[in-house]
Design a protein around this ligand. Structure first.
Ligand SMILES: Cc1cc2nc3c(=O)[nH]c(=O)nc-3n(C[C@H](O)[C@H](O)[C@H](O)COP(=O)(O)OP(=O)(O)OC[C@H]3O[C@@H](n4cnc5c(N)ncnc54)[C@H](O)[C@@H]3O)c2cc1C
Ligand SMILES: NC(=O)c1ccc[n+]([C@@H]2O[C@H](COP(=O)([O-])OP(=O)(O)OC[C@H]3O[C@@H](n4cnc5c(N)ncnc54)[C@H](O)[C@@H]3O)[C@@H](O)[C@H]2O)c1
Length: 476
C-alpha cells in the first residue's frame, strides 16, 4: 500500500458526528484550519441511526396519543399510526442515509473533509485509509481531536451474537415492522424502541435484568414508563436474565430466568439495547501510550498527551448529543487558546471547561409518558454526601396539565441542597414533560437560590406552573 501525503492542518478531527463537526466548527471560527475525517456518513450516528430516526419513529404515535387524550378531539382519531408512512417519514428525516446536505454544511463552514478510516500513527500524525485502498499521512500542527462516538455492546450470552441480533442501528433503520420483537435492556434505547415498535404494530417483549426500567433515573420515572409500556401492550419482564439465544427458521428463541423460574420466548427479531462502549478499536491509541479508556480533563484533553483530545461519546462522560456538542465547544475553545499561547483556566464554569458534565446533564426520554431529567437523582446526591431534601408534586393537579390532556398523569420531583437551598436535580414525568427540564438546567447551572426562583413566575395556565407548586411545597 502506498502512503501519500504531507498535508498539514492546524487541527485534525477524527469522526464527523455532531461532536466532531462542532469541534471543527469552533476551531475554524477561532481562525485555525481544520480537516475532519469520516469513514461513514457526515453527521454520524445521531443523524442517521440514533436521535433523529428514533424520534421520527416515535413522534407520530405521540401526536395521536395527544389527540386521544382530549375529549372533543379523540373522536376524530381512528386507528394507530400508518407504519408505512411513519417509516417513510423517518427515511426523509435521515435524507435516505445520504450526507450530501451535511457535506455542504462542512464546505460552507470552511472545514475540509477526507473520507476514510483514521488512526494515530505518531505524535500529531494521523493516517487515513481511503475507500480506494490508499492511505494518506496527515499532520496536525496543534491538536488531534478524537470524536469517534460509541458502539452498541452485545453481551456475552450464549448464542446471542450468532443469532444476528438487531442493534439500535437496525431498529432505527428498519424497513419493515416485525410481528414479534424482543428487546434486551431496559435503558433508554430499550424503552424508546419498545414504545416505537409497539405503536407501529409489533408485539413487544422487553426484558430487563434490574428491578425497574431506566435505572439511571429516579425510580418513579421507570415505574411510570413501565406502566405506559404495559398499557401499550408491551410484555415487560423485570428482573429477568437471558441465558441463551438461538435462531432457527421460525425466528429467535430466547431463554430467560426470572423470579418465577425459567421460560422461553419467541420473536422474529431480538434487539440488543444493553449499553454502549467508546469506539476506540483500531484508533492506534497505543501510539500515544494509551489503553482503550480515554481519561480526559474538563477541556476534553487526554490525560498525559497534550496534543490529543477525546470529545463526545468516545470519552464516555455523557452519551448524549447535546452534551457532546457542549464538550466540543469547550474543547474547540481550549484548542484555539492554547494554539495562540493563551492561558487556559479549567476552573468551574470557565469557557474551556465542560463543567456541567459533573452537575447538570439534561436528558429527555421520548417514551409515553415522557421523562425529562437533569442533575443528580436523590440517590446520587445522597451517595455524594450532600445534604438532601426533596419535594414532589402531582403534575395532574396543575391547571395547565389538566387542560393539556384529560386525566393527565405525571409527577415532578426536585432534589434540593438543604443547606444552600439550591436545586441539585429535577425529574419530570408526563406528557410533554421533557420540555420542563430546561428551566431546571438553568436553575442548577446558575445555582439560583430558591428564594430568588420564587420571583420566576410561570405563566397561567401552562404546565410550567408546576414550578410554583414545587416551590410552595419546598416552603413546607
Ligand atoms: C438509538 C439511539 C437514540 C439516541 N437518541 C438520543 C437523543 O434523543 N438525544 C441525545 O442527546 N442523544 C441520543 N443518543 C445518543 C447520541 O446518538 C450520541 O450521544 C451522539 O451520536 C454522540 O455523538 P458523537 O459525535 O460523539 O458520535 P457519533 O455520532 O457516533 O459520531 C462518530 C463518528 O465518527 C466516525 N468514526 C468512528 N471511528 C472513525 C475512524 N477511525 N475514522 C473516521 N471516522 C470514524 C463514525 O463513522 C461516526 O460518523 C441516542 C443514541 C442511540 C443509540
Ligand atoms: N433520548 C435520549 O436521550 C437517548 C435515547 C437513546 C439512547 N441515548 C443514549 O444512548 C446510551 C445508550 O443507551 P442504552 O439504552 O443502550 O444504554 P443504557 O446504559 O441506558 O441501558 C442499558 C441497559 O441494559 C442493561 N443491561 C446491560 N447488560 C445487560 C445484559 N447482559 N442483560 C440484560 N440487560 C443488560 C443495563 O442494566 C441497562 O439498564 C444512553 O447512555 C443514552 O444516554 C439517549
Amino acid at each position: 500500500m502506498t502512503v501519500s501525503g504531507g498535508d498539514e492542518y492546524d487541527v485534525i478531527v477524527v469522526g464527523a458526528g455532531p461532536v466532531g463537526e462542532n469541534v471543527a466548527d469552533t476551531v475554524v471560527r477561532g481562525g485555525l484550519s481544520a480537516l475532519i475525517v469520516e469513514r461513514e456518513l457526515v453527521g454520524g450516528e445521531c443523524s442517521y441511526w440514533a436521535c433523529i430516526p428514533s424520534k421520527a419513529l416515535l413522534r407520530p404515535a405521540a401526536a395521536l396519543a395527544d389527540a386521544r387524550r382530549v375529549d372533543g378531539a379523540a373522536s376524530a382519531v381512528r386507528g394507530g399510526p400508518n407504519a408505512v408512512q411513519v417509516l417513510e417519514r423517518r427515511t426523509a428525516f435521515v435524507h435516505n442515509w445520504s450526507d450530501d446536505s451535511q457535506v455542504g454544511w462542512l464546505d460552507s463552514a470552511g472545514i475540509a473533509l477526507m473520507r476514510g478510516s483514521a488512526r494515530l500513527v505518531g505524535e500529531r500524525q494521523v493516517e487515513v485509509r481511503t475507500r480506494d485502498g490508499g492511505a494518506r499521512r496527515l499532520t496536525a500542527r496543534h491538536a488531534v481531536a478524537l470524536a469517534t462516538g460509541s458502539r452498541a455492546v452485545v453481551p456475552d450470552v450464549p448464542g446471542l451474537a450468532e443469532a444476528d441480533p438487531w442493534t439500535s442501528r437496525d431498529a432505527t433503520s428498519a424497513t419493515a415492522v416485525p410481528d414479534n420483537l424482543a428487546i434486551l435492556g431496559g435503558g433508554v434505547v430499550g424503552c424508546e424502541m419498545a414504545t416505537a415498535f409497539a405503536a407501529l404494530g409489533s408485539r413487544v417483549t422487553l426484558v430487563a435484568r434490574g428491578s425497574g426500567l431506566l435505572p439511571r433515573l429516579e425510580p418513579f420515572a421507570g415505574e411510570a414508563v413501565a406502566t405506559g409500556l404495559k398499557n401499550a401492550g408491551v410484555d415487560v419482564r423485570l428482573g429477568a436474565t437471558v441465558t441463551a439465544v438461538d435462531r432457527d427458521t421460525a425466528g429467535v428463541r430466547i431463554d430467560l430466568e426470572d423470579a418465577d423460574g425459567t421460560r422461553t420466548i419467541r420473536a422474529d427479531e431480538v434487539l440488543v439495547a444493553t449499553g454502549r462502549r467508546p469506539a476506540t478499536d483500531g484508533l492506534g491509541l497505543d501510539v500515544a501510550g494509551l489503553e482503550n479508556v480515554l481519561d480526559v480533563d474538563d477541556s476534553c484533553r487526554v490525560t498525559g498527551v497534550d496534543w490529543l483530545y477525546a470529545v463526545g461519546d468516545v470519552n464516555n462522560r455523557a452519551l448524549l448529543t447535546h452534551q457532546g456538542k457542549y464538550q466540543a465547544r469547550a474543547a474547540g475553545a481550549a484548542i484555539v487558546a492554547r494554539a495562540a499561547g493563551q492561558p487556559v483556566e479549567l476552573g468551574p464554569w470557565s469557557p474551556y471547561a465542560a463543567t456541567a458534565d459533573h452537575v447538570a446533564v439534561p436528558q429527555a426520554v421520548f417514551t409515553d409518558p415522557e421523562v425529562g431529567a437533569v442533575g443528580r437523582t436523590e440517590a446520587e446526591a445522597r451517595e455524594a454526601g450532600l445534604p438532601v431534601r426533596t419535594v414532589e408534586y402531582d403534575l395532574g393537579q396543575v391547571a395547565g396539565a389538566a387542560l393539556y390532556a384529560d386525566g393527565y398523569t405525571g409527577r415532578a420531583k426536585l432534589v434540593l441542597d438543604a443547606e444552600r437551598d439550591v436545586i441539585l436535580g429535577a425529574t419530570f414525568v408526563g406528557t410533554t414533560a421533557a420540555e420542563l427540564v430546561h428551566a431546571a438546567t438553568i436553575a442548577i447551572v446558575g445555582e439560583v437560590p430558591l428564594a430568588r426562583l420564587w420571583h420566576a413566575v410561570p405563566s397561567f395556565p401552562t404546565i410550567s406552573e408546576v414550578w410554583l407548586r414545587l416551590l410552595e411545597a419546598s416552603r413546607g
